[in-house]
Design a protein around this ligand. Structure first.
Ligand code: ATP
Length: 219
């Protein structure tokens, strides 16, 4: 197959999540993707009230404040607060449409998803339109496998590019699957550790742990 025409000069990524709290699994994956895909920036975008999950006990403002602390000092990572500022239900598709209109025509948009999010994708609002607005970059996550058959498998197969250079041929519409360093850390486990009064040190940045302590979160 011939090399795609490289019409996209700049790639920007967006990594949505609950980030309850943000941890080194998120942050290390984010940084590795920045370097692997040569993203200009990757924005961690905390969800306000996820439509497809129970509302997290920790407020969106606290979760976003922790993301802001976690990315301090790393200019290639940023916190995108748009979902917190929106009234009513917040859908990923709305964020992608907004981001797409803010970025110039020469900039591609990559939405980063973990495998667990991909398995759920058909429950997302207007999921089949996501690729109209962004590329999707799937990160392989420890303990998760992508489906081999069915609707999601067909969707992945139909849009997949083997080489991340393929993402620079157009501003949206392709799926890349990236295997990154596996770090078996989850927010659930961190919340459990803290609730049990044990130490979560070295699983997440110390600045985030200090914030948790100051604001007596996850007790
Ligand atoms: P929870 O345990 O509360 O479900 P989580 O640790 O999975 O939280 P989320 O905020 O739900 O974190 O995740 C946001 C995104 O980050 C998801 O797409 C998820 O797949 C991905 N992700 C979470 N943990 C890791 C990890 N250790 N390595 C790579 N990706 C991760």
């Amino acid at each position: 197959m011939s090399e795609p025409t490289l019409s996209i000069r700049t790639l920007v990524g967006v990594f949505g999540g609950t980030f309850n709290p943000v941890h080194y699994g998120h942050l290390r994956s984010a940084l590795e993707l920045v370097e692997r895909l040569q993203l200009e920036q990757l924005r961690l975008m905390p969800s306000a009230q996820p439509p497809h999950r129970e509302a997290p006990a920790c407020s969106a403002e606290h979760r976003a404040a922790m993301v802001e602390l976690a990315v301090q000092g790393e200019p290639r990572l940023a916190c995108d607060m748009r979902e917190l500022q929106r009234h009513g239900s917040s859908y990923t598709i709305d964020s992608l449409i907004e981001l797409r209109s803010e970025l110039g025509a020469g900039t591609g948009l990559c939405m980063v998803l973990g495998c667990d999010a991909v398995l759920d994708i058909t429950t997302w609002h207007r999921w089949q339109e996501l690729l109209d607005w962004a590329h999707i970059v799937v990160i392989a996550r420890p303990g998760w496998e992508l489906p081999g058959e069915g609707e999601v498998a067909q969707w992945l197969k139909g849009h997949r590019v083997e080489n991340p250079h393929g993402l620079r041929g157009r501003p949206a519409g392709c799926i890349a699957i990236e295997e990154l360093r596996p770090l078996a850390i989850s927010s659930t486990e961190i919340r459990d550790i803290l609730a049990a009064g044990r130490s979560a040190r070295y699983l997440l940045p110390q600045s985030v742990l200090d914030y948790i302590q100051t604001n007596t979160l996850y007790r």
